[in-house]
Write a protein that binds this ligand. Structure first.
Ligand code: CA
Length: 331
């Protein structure tokens, strides 16, 4: 396969702090020989594990970029044992546009793996992570939130994996992150995900959903900043005690946790994030908006649990995810 077209302006093997770019040539109407300049920071000090930290995989999710731009400006080489690679906004064109997918090619970064060196801009970025950055990493933390269309309870998560030793290490890091909630996560469609690419390489991969609605809060940004520091301490890359936080473990046991709209309309939530829901409860109503006098569509829970995610905008379309329920794991 051909080499990646991306040229890093940093040397991933050099000690010290380097701020630079992953420069991706992108010829276009307003810049014939232009490039996409994806900010990157590498902090390395001697031997030790490598953490690869990413935000902005989806461009409208902000806790990760906040925590990682802050970490990149403040982390000092002498504090580190090993290496930290920080890409605060992985799908940089999407991040600049404030959209989930890239305005350049409509590419959804988390459905673009393993990517292609001769593909679209988004596929070229995915390919660089697949073949250059992921192989350097021991642990991978990829920040997500709900974006403009979903809102989540703040949780850190890892997946159930066939390799139980790899899975246990990932859940240990989730515990160390110390979000108010910790999730054993089920994916609707794992094909093409960065998560899956990292896990298939044997990396210890964790992710988050820290809020949503296309914004952040003082609380959610604070969870992200504390969490990344705790993960680096748990990995032995930073020194100091992990700030022990109470976390409640959640599980997405099967596909019944997802509720989808079969009609569009005006959504009335009957439960809020964190509320306890019983099977059969009406989680939300969808009012048809074409005329008055119509009955709403009742969206009923298919399991007992707590409301872990919900549709964010006030209007909903057929096929949209209404909510996600999760079971509380007794530990
Ligand atoms: Ca996301």
């Amino acid at each position: 396969m051909r080499a990646s077209p991306i040229s890093p302006t940093v040397d991933f093997s050099a000690d010290g702090v380097q701020h630079g770019f992953l420069r991706l040539p992108y010829s276009r109407d307003d810049s014939a020989w232009g490039s996409v300049m994806i900010p990157v920071t590498v902090v390395k000090n001697g031997e030790g594990p490598t953490a690869l930290l990413t935000g902005g995989n989806h461009g409208d999710e902000y806790e990760g970029p906040i925590a990682l731009f802050d970490l990149a400006r403040s982390l000092k080489a002498e504090e580190v044992s090993g290496r930290v690679i920080i890409v605060p906004a992985m799908n940089y064109p999407a991040f600049l546009a404030g959209t989930r997918t890239s305005p350049v090619d409509k590419g959804n970064m988390n459905r673009s793996f393993p990517g292609a060196p001769d593909g679209t801009v988004t596929q070229k970025i995915a390919d660089f992570f697949q073949r250059v950055l992921l192989p350097l990493a021991d642990i991978v933390l990829d920040f997500h939130s709900g974006g403009k269309t979903l809102d989540f309870l703040p949780f850190c998560a890892a997946h159930i994996l066939p390799d139980k030793a790899q899975e246990a290490k990932a859940f240990d890091l989730v515990h160390a992150f110390g979000a108010p909630w910790s999730m054993k996560m089920l994916e609707i469609d794992a094909v093409g995900m960065y998560d899956t690419a990292a896990e298939a390489m044997g990396k210890i991969f964790i992710t988050t959903e820290l809020g949503g609605g296309g914004t952040s809060t003082a609380k959610s940004a604070g969870i992200a900043k504390a969490g990344v520091a705790n993960v680096l301490k748990a990995a032995g890359i930073l020194k100091g005690p992990i700030e022990a936080a109470q976390t409640t473990w959640l599980d997405m046991p099967d596909g019944n946790c997802f509720l989808f709209a079969e009609d569009g309309g005006l959504i009335e939530p009957l439960f809020d994030l964190g509320d306890t829901v019983r099977m059969g409860d009406i989680v939300a109503r969808i009012y048809p908006v074409g005329r008055t006098g119509e009955e709403p569509l009742n969206i009923r829970a298919k399991m007992n649990g707590i409301l872990a995610a919900r549709h964010f905008p006030g209007l909903i379309k057929s096929g949209d995810c209404v909510s996600v329920l999760a079971s509380v794991v007794m530990t």
